[in-house]
Design a binder for this molecule. Structure first.
Ligand code: HH2
Length: 292
């Protein structure tokens, strides 16, 4: 296991993720690698596995800590694909990247895909359904993989149809606490888990802003928090910019999230986010921060 940071941390502060373990000293960057024809921002960008692997290598050079491979779009309105199709898109790329010097995460909701991904060398499972599928918890329990439990209201097909909450932060925190409890009861060590409020998953602009504003309440659940807001429609609503013009907005939300305790940022623009975090981290520390 590569200990990227000091192992003298209290255990609640450590996040164990397959071959890696990180303390809270610096915010981690997760680069998005969508192997889909229809993702909202980068769908269809990589015609074949070798194109995706080349893009992954660039993100690694740019300073990503984690790569998140997604073979099924979960954008609002996206229809599910078959398990065979998901595996066909995912495995050639994952196998080509096995052993890479970054954690390899797989964004999936299906236990069979989780199992195949772990066998092919994945360090992490990122599940937008927080391991709700029957058998999902048992599938990952015995591995040492990192796990992201995310909040979503409804399914990608329907989630943006008038989402409503009484008090969005409390409800999202309550959901994540309950899924964390289920995972622990299923034999998963808490130090493997990160929690994600699920920006844009069954939330309108007000809900997303409330969650980001009060991110500390999610962090108060005691696990590292992951935030994925890169290029999302909330940034379009705030700036009027098209998807491919949301870099500045994405950096702003990344730094705001980091300043409120996010430990992992899921982003399309790795190089720019890493640069922004290096500057922000150094100012927070009052001195340059070592980057390994
Ligand atoms: N957002 C997307 C997909 N997976 N996983 C986590 N943990 N958090 C997120 O916010 C999140 C996620 C949607 O973004 P993207 O992958 O860019 O698009 P698509 O779902 O269309 O592939």
């Amino acid at each position: 296991m590569q200990e990227s940071e000091s192992s003298a941390e209290p255990s609640a502060a450590v996040w164990r993720c397959g071959r890696f373990a990180w303390g809270p000293q610096r915010t981690l960057v997760m680069g998005i690698l969508n192997l889909t024809p229809d993702s909202f921002s980068d769908g269809g960008r990589y015609p074949g596995p070798s194109d995706a692997v080349a893009a992954a290598r660039i993100m690694i050079d740019d300073g990503a800590d984690i790569l998140d491979l997604g073979a099924e779009s979960t954008r609002p309105g996206a229809a599910p694909i078959s398990e065979a199709e998901e595996l066909d898109r995912l495995l050639p790329v994952l196998e080509a990247l096995a052993g890479a010097p970054v954690a390899l995460s797989v964004d999936t909701r299906r236990p069979a895909v989780m199992r195949a991904a772990l066998a092919a060398g994945a360090d992490m499972i990122n599940d937008v359904e927080a391991l709700a599928a029957p058998g999902a918890i048992a599938t990952v329990a015995d591995s040492g993989c990192g796990l992201c439990l995310m909040h979503m209201r409804g399914s990608p097909l329907t989630m943006q149809q008038a989402p409503a909450y009484r008090e969005v932060v409390g409800e999202v925190a309550g959901f994540l606490q309950s899924r964390l409890g289920e995972a622990l009861a299923g034999g998963i060590a808490d130090e493997r888990i990160v929690l994600d409020p699920g920006i844009g998953f069954g939330k309108d602009l007000g809900h997303n802003l409330a969650l980001l504003h009060s991110l500390e309440r999610i962090a108060a659940l005691g696990r590292p928090v992951l935030v994925g807001a890169s290029r999302k429609s909330m940034l379009g609503a705030l700036t009027g910019r098209a998807v491919d013009e949301r870099l500045a907005g994405s950096i702003a939300v990344a730094l705001a999230a980091a300043s409120r305790g996010a430990r992992v940022l899921r982003v399309h623009d790795v190089r720019e986010t890493v640069d922004a975090l290096r500057v922000w981290n150094a100012i927070e520390a009052g001195e340059p921060v070592k980057h390994d």
